[in-house]
Structure formats: C-alpha cells, structure tokens
Design a protein around this ligand. Structure first.
Ligand code: HEC
Length: 127
C-alpha cells in the first residue's frame, strides 16, 4: 500500500513537471527598422556594417583570414549574393546568421542585424 502511494506521488510529480514544462525562450529584441518607407540601401546601409570598427573586414579582406571579401564596396555585393543570402528564408541566410548569432567571430549590433535581415527580406538588392 505504502509503495503504491509513493508511486502515485511520483507519478503526480512527474506529471506536474512534464505537464507544466516551461521553455525559457529568451526574447530576442529585434528592433523595428524605420527607413521612412524607403527600401534599405545596400551601398549606404549594409556595406558599412561590415567595415565599421573593422568588425568583419579585419578578417574578410584580401589576404585576410576569411572569405568572402567584405572590404571592397564595389565587389562586396557579388561576393555575398546569392551565395550567402537566402531570400526565400531570410533568417537562414549564412550572412545574417554569421553576423548576428554570436557563433561566428564577430557579432553586429541588434539594429545592424535587423538592417541586414530587412535588406534580405526586401530581395537582397544591389541598391
Ligand atoms: C576573426 C576573423 C573573422 C571575423 C572578425 C569575421 N569572420 Fe567571417 N569568416 C572567418 C573565417 C575564417 C571564415 C571561413 C571559415 C568559416 O566559415 O568559419 C569566415 C566565413 C564567413 C562567411 C562564409 C561562410 C561559409 O559558409 O562559407 C561569411 C558569410 C562570413 N564569414 C561573414 C562574416 C561577417 C558578416 C562578419 C562580421 C560580422 C564576419 N564574418 C567576421 C573569419 C572571420
């Protein structure tokens, strides 16, 4: 009898814990980009993200540690589109993931990440 009670209590407890399983999803603050109704400009808003503070270009330059070359404004578009962007599922774009996840060597700011994502969602244009 006692054994059964213990079993019942255990069963109840396990129900309690599995039934009320709570996934701690850390909310990611994705800033809303207000571009005054204009599309994001690759040349003036995306390219500088890579070079500001030498964040990406310290490695992504000719002779640097990493390829693609993100340092030359005139060739950077052909270096990353279409290879590293996926306009069908923008969040899975390697460029965006590497820049924003923190799993690559450098991480851009939340606003810069949102800029990149918005630009990809808008079709990753060379504008
Ligand atoms: C410390 C050096 C370093 C920095 C800083 C760096 N990267 Fe890289 N990156 C690499 C190396 C090395 C590779 C190639 C191996 C790899 O994918 O890890 C690479 C590869 C990549 C690739 C291609 C991945 C593939 O699958 O071929 C992309 C896109 C990229 N980096 C984007 C970025 C962006 C955007 C930044 C800035 C936010 C950045 N990287 C900062 C070293 C760096």
């Amino acid at each position: 009898m006692k054994r059964r009670n213990i079993f019942l209590i255990l069963a109840l407890f396990s129900l309690l814990f599995t039934g009320c399983k709570y996934d701690f999803i850390i909310p990611v603050d994705v800033p809303v980009i207000d571009n005054r109704g204009q599309p994001i400009s690759f040349a003036s808003q995306i390219v500088p993200v890579f070079s500001t503070g030498d964040k990406c270009t310290q490695c992504h330059k000719p002779g640097g540690l990493g390829s693609p070359d993100l340092s030359n404004p005139t060739t950077v578009y052909s270096q990353i589109v279409p290879q590293y962007v996926n306009t069908a599922t923008p969040e899975s774009s390697i460029l965006y993931v590497n820049a924003s996840s923190g799993n690559h060597y450098a991480k851009v700011s939340a606003t810069q990440a949102a800029l990149i994502l918005t630009w990809i969602k808008e079709g990753a244009k060379n504008n």
